[in-house]
Design a protein around this ligand. Structure first.
Ligand SMILES: CSCCC(=O)C(=O)O
Ligand SMILES: [Fe+2]
Length: 177
């Protein structure tokens, strides 16, 4: 994971602790698609969090229809009204999320990486040098993949997310005194 702005942050930058992700409500696990223990862990996460829906997305040139256009959309800063849950089975890619100071934080997802982005967080996605990724998509209930491009400051889900960030911040400030 690295910070800084712009597209030139591929493969370099400062490493950040996982607590940086916790702060903004991002969850991360490292599983191993080749190990049976990981199947169990995945089943537990799905059960605990109610992720009853599942499908696969193979993003690679020639395999995914309208590859270029889809990648362009994935890399346009947006949010969703629901969590975005992805488990990487092959290849890799970068999820960029906005931190509390509205700076990009880059999360490199490779085989075994599983991530939950909270509803309302601004983010974008691009492939890494492997130029392909196979992802499992999970969802609670009937899936809705609608991307709401930034700005979305009037969206109730965005407002709820921002409020939670501010409340958490206030809580931390109190704890520091
Ligand atoms: C292809 S998974 C990551 C892209 C994304 O943010 C999305 O699908 O909404
Ligand atoms: Fe998204």
């Amino acid at each position: 994971m690295v910070g800084e702005d712009g597209e030139d942050l591929k493969n370099h930058g400062e490493l950040l602790p996982l607590s940086k992700l916790q702060e903004i409500g991002v969850l991360y696990w490292h599983l191993d698609p080749k190990k049976p223990e990981s199947e169990e862990e995945l089943a537990k996460i799905r059960k605990d969090r109610g992720y009853n829906y599942m499908d696969y997305l193979d993003i690679r040139p020639g395999k995914l229809a309208n590859f270029e256009e889809k990648l362009k959309n994935f890399f346009t800063e947006h949010m969703h009204a629901d969590e975005e849950i992805r488990y990487c089975l092959e290849g890799g890619g970068y999820f960029d999320v906005r931190d509390k100071d509205d700076k990009w934080v880059r999360i490199w997802i490779k085989e075994g990486g599983m991530i939950v982005l909270p509803a309302g967080i601004y983010h974008r996605f691009t492939l890494d040098a492997a130029n392909h990724v196979k992802l499992m998509r999970l969802f609670l209930g009937e899936p809705v993949w609608t991307a709401h491009n930034r700005p979305q400051e009037d969206h109730p889900v965005r407002q709820e997310y921002v409020k939670r960030l501010m409340d958490d911040n206030a809580g931390l400030a109190l704890a520091a005194h």
